[in-house]
Design a binder for this molecule. Structure first.
Ligand SMILES: [Zn+2]
Length: 235
């Protein structure tokens, strides 16, 4: 089946949002807020079975060439704001006692390809990951709320975690997708802020659960091209 046109949720702030418009003091305050949001989102990812043990990682862009990322080797359900690690786009640690996620290269690839993106999230939600393990994209237009938000979700080819293979495997999808399945691994979402990226992960997993359940009932019925277009026109 051909991919239907992807939606763009993230036509928001420029790459430097919101810090370029504010002073250093505001930026420091905002960084603390972002760290607190990261703690809350980590808790939700863990509680909703989207990460097991120390899996998953996410980051938020503070400025050009600067992100704060979750630490590696820590359950995302039990983080504190001080655990986050500040890194530059080359992966060098700028601040923090821990080590940034081993998947930081994947995050940087997203920020470099999509200046509209401010937050990146990687998790292993069970049903979406099952599609990735089965080698199946979630690119059938079956849900009215997914068509205008995520659009079709492609499956990136397998890549060894933490290597340069991972950013290479997703690069071609970044301009055309709002979420990506990673073969035999998990899922990637990104958005205009941390909550946007997190909610996309929820929508991704929910749509995978619906798609799987519909199969047990005889198969999902696709929306027609005309119905898809009408949903996109409503945006
Ligand atoms: Zn992973």
């Amino acid at each position: 089946m051909a991919l239907y046109a992807p939606a763009r949720l993230s036509e928001g702030p420029s790459g430097e949002w919101p810090y370029s418009r504010r002073g250093l003091e505001a930026r420091a305050m905002n960084e603390q807020t972002q760290r607190e949001i990261m703690v809350e989102i980590g808790r939700r990812l863990w509680q909703r079975n989207m990460v097991a043990a120390n899996a998953g990682n996410f980051s938020v862009k503070l400025a050009d060439n600067m992100v704060i990322a979750t630490p590696t080797g820590v359950s995302k359900g039990f983080m504190t704001p001080d655990m986050m690690v500040k890194v530059d786009f080359q992966g060098n640690t700028l601040e923090g006692d821990g080590k940034a996620s081993s998947e930081i290269k994947m995050h940087i690839a997203v920020y470099e390809a999509r200046p509209d993106i401010v937050a990146v999230m990687h998790a292993h939600p069970v049903t979406a990951t099952a599609f990735a393990v089965a080698g199946q994209a979630l690119d059938q237009p079956i849900l009215t709320e997914v068509v205008p938000t995520l659009g079709p979700i492609p499956l990136a080819p397998y890549a060894t975690p933490s290597t340069d293979e991972v950013p290479d495997s997703i690069r071609s999808f970044l301009p055309i997708a709002e979420a990506i399945l990673l073969a035999n691994h998990g899922a990637l979402t990104y958005g205009k802020d941390l909550w946007d990226a997190y909610y996309k992960m929820e929508i991704l997993e929910h749509s995978a659960q619906v798609a799987l359940t519909a199969r047990t009932l005889g198969g999902a019925q696709s929306l027609t091209d005309e119905q898809v277009q009408q949903l996109l026109d409503l945006k």
